[in-house]
Design a protein around this ligand. Structure first.
Ligand code: FBP
Ligand code: MG
Ligand code: MG
Length: 331
């Protein structure tokens, strides 16, 4: 049996990495490993379609709105279909929470895992060929296997996640995930059709000089946020905002930085969704040595009360988040 603490060679295939690291899982039985593989596979299909979106008429709105009143893009719906199908076929999942579905999708009561997913993150950037992503969180159900899935199963705090990650469809396609034993990144090699280890034991710098926030809404930011932005400017930090959460988060994870989506007049609780956007990235950033709060409280400690609830989101380098919280608490 190979020792899973040893650093693995760059280029190690995802499948092999999952197998070697399986013993890290508290309840290792192969099901979580298979679920991670199912996500990776569905990501390859979405990636392939994304790459030729303009040629196969899958750009633009589909003409319907999701539960949040957002126009659904064709790729939002297509990605949702691909992941729901992968979870149904994969036979590891009992229920799914998706940004694109109003209610919980119940799959099979005899299965263990709950998945919360943002099938396509950064929808406003799809048509303009800017990086977008997929975000996922995985939980173990609490109710007994075989019984109906209950609210307590899918409204769990982020600290209960057994795994979380994202796929970034950018200049290269990457899968980044954690199972609570550090964060690792895999780059997709289309010529091999494989995700290969490219970023091992990722950590976020304690400090950074990049801040990511949509300043277009700054007139309605709280005083604390306004003061923090002034602080960033006074310190000549760079403003970088792609408008795709996964892409902004990934850059800051590598270089150091902070992403903020605060409360605004338009979104009094912020815009981002706790269950399928914030919890996953909070788990990853903490595993990488960073921090994620709602302006005050640790994101992973927030008790969810509804499927699509929004929270203000401050995530990134520890010292930068602490500074933002300081201004929040002293304004
Ligand atoms: O246009 P805004 O208000 O700055 O919002 C951009 C944010 O909204 C999102 O697009 C929300 O995610 P979805 O695209 O999955 O709905 C984030 O990716 C992004 O960071
Ligand atoms: Mg999103
Ligand atoms: Mg989305």
């Amino acid at each position: 049996m190979e020792d899973s603490r040893i650093a693995l060679p760059m280029g190690t295939a995802l499948d092999r990495f999952i197998k070697i690291k399986q013993d890290d899982f508290q309840y290792a039985s192969g099901e979580l490993s298979q679920l991670l593989r199912d996500i990776a596979l569905a990501g390859k299909v979405v990636n392939r379609e994304m790459n030729k979106a303009g040629l196969i008429n899958i750009i633009g709105s589909i003409g319907t709105q999701n539960v949040q009143g957002e126009d659904q893009q064709k790729l939002d719906v297509l990605a949702n279909i691909r992941f729901v199908r992968a979870f149904t076929k994969g036979q590891e999942v009992c229920a799914i929470i998706s940004e694109e579905d109003d209610e919980v999708i119940e799959i099979d009561n005899h299965k263990k895992y709950i998945v919360a997913i943002d099938p396509l993150d950064g929808s406003s950037n799809i048509d303009v060929n800017v990086s977008v992503g997929t975000i996922f969180s995985i939980y173990r159900r609490i109710s007994p296997i075989g019984s109906a899935v209950e609210e307590k199963d899918y409204l769990q705090k982020g600290i209960e996640q057994v795994a979380a990650g994202y796929i970034l469809y950018g200049s290269s396609t990457m899968l980044v995930y954690t199972t609570g034993h550090g964060v690792n990144g895999f780059t997709y090699d289309p010529s091999l059709g494989e995700y290969l280890l490219s970023h091992q034991n990722m950590t976020i710098p304690e400090n950074g000089s990049i801040y990511s926030i949509n300043e277009g809404s700054s007139l309605s930011f709280d005083d604390g946020v306004k003061k923090y932005i002034s602080y960033c400017r006074e310190n000549n930090y760079s403003g970088r905002y792609i408008g795709s959460l996964v892409a902004d988060f990934h850059r800051n994870l590598l270089k150091g930085g902070i992403y903020i989506y605060p409360a605004t007049n338009k979104n009094p609780n912020g815009k981002l969704r706790l269950l399928y956007e914030c919890n996953a990235l909070a788990f990853i950033v903490e595993q990488a040595g960073g921090k994620a709060v709602d302006g005050k409280k640790r994101i992973l400690e927030i008790q969810p009360t509804s499927l699509h609830q929004r929270v203000p989101f401050f995530v990134g380098s520890e010292n930068m988040v602490n500074k933002a919280v300081f201004f929040n608490e002293n304004s």
